[in-house]
Ligand binder design. Sequence first.
Ligand SMILES: NC(=O)c1ccc[n+]([C@@H]2O[C@H](COP(=O)([O-])OP(=O)(O)OC[C@H]3O[C@@H](n4cnc5c(N)ncnc54)[C@H](OP(=O)(O)O)[C@@H]3O)[C@@H](O)[C@H]2O)c1
Length: 305
Amino acid sequence: MNKVKIAKCDLDASEISLGCMRIADLTDQQIDTLIHTALDEGINFFDYADIYSDGQAEARFAEALNMTPSLREKMILQTKCVHRYTYYDASKEHILEAVDGSLKRLRTDFIDVLLLHRPDALVEPEEVAEAFTILEKNGKVKYFGVSNHNPMQIELLGKFVKQPIIINQLQLSITNTGMIDAGLNANMKVDASIDRDGSILDYCRLKEITIQVWSPFQYGFFEGMFLNNDKFPALNQKIDEIAASRGVTNTAIAIAWLLRHPAKMQPIVGTTNPSRVKDICKASGVNLTRQEWYEIYLAAGNKIP
Ligand SMILES: NC(=O)c1ccc[n+]([C@@H]2O[C@H](COP(=O)([O-])OP(=O)(O)OC[C@H]3O[C@@H](n4cnc5c(N)ncnc54)[C@H](OP(=O)(O)O)[C@@H]3O)[C@@H](O)[C@H]2O)c1
């Protein structure tokens, strides 16, 4: 497993992360096997949010593993706050209380990375700044980032927040490529040229903010998997062809496609299946050619001018 260099921090992070949004209903044994398989394969970065299964994803993880300091040392734990199901809350009070809840459920003294899960329309960046400074000073959070934020929202936070924003977690998959399409179609009179995110991809590269990719196997908004799906025949044919030539599964190629991007993104994979974890980790050794990367992009139905 290769490492990803996340700027402005000392985290030695695996280039693939395991997202634990879907683990709450697994048995203790299944969670233990899943997490230890990930660790054995070189994944040391685990993603949570306070709202995943109403806190149960965090709690079940720590319970099932019977979290100990020596196990904790092997892990980089990231969680998120702000999402309150029916509204967003980036107030100082809520950020502080949410972190205390996550620390308790995760059975740890500190969170490596805290993300603001979604932009709050009522955000007071001064309050976020106060909360981050308190959390940093009392040692509860080491580093800070955001999720689903556009460049101006990050700039606004940055006017007040003293700590660097090291991560922006965004949706991206071979079938969800808005942030790539807009750049490829700049100044064209086609829908693909519509910039819906303020050029977030180039912005993050410029500012050295690592993009973490959520739902890397899903199409639409969690509508389902694109792999082995009849809705995407050309794409699956192309991925299968490249997978066969590289001696890996289609699952690995879907992640290798993301890793090939020079922005050095970190995919967050959400499988709960240990054998899929092993398949996915093989992506770390595959370096797609530029031509293969474009062939996959086009097979998903995209066009280049
Ligand atoms: N920041 C945000 O707003 C946000 C939003 C959503 C998610 N996230 C994060 O992103 C992580 C990943 O999201 P996700 O779970 O939607 O992503 P995903 O990795 O695209 O999807 C995983 C799901 O696909 C299924 N699947 C079926 N065939 C698969 C195959 N061949 N390879 C891999 N998976 C296969 C998995 O089932 P099995 O378990 O049976 O393998 C699992 O249910 C979450 O855990 C969470 O940490 C963040």
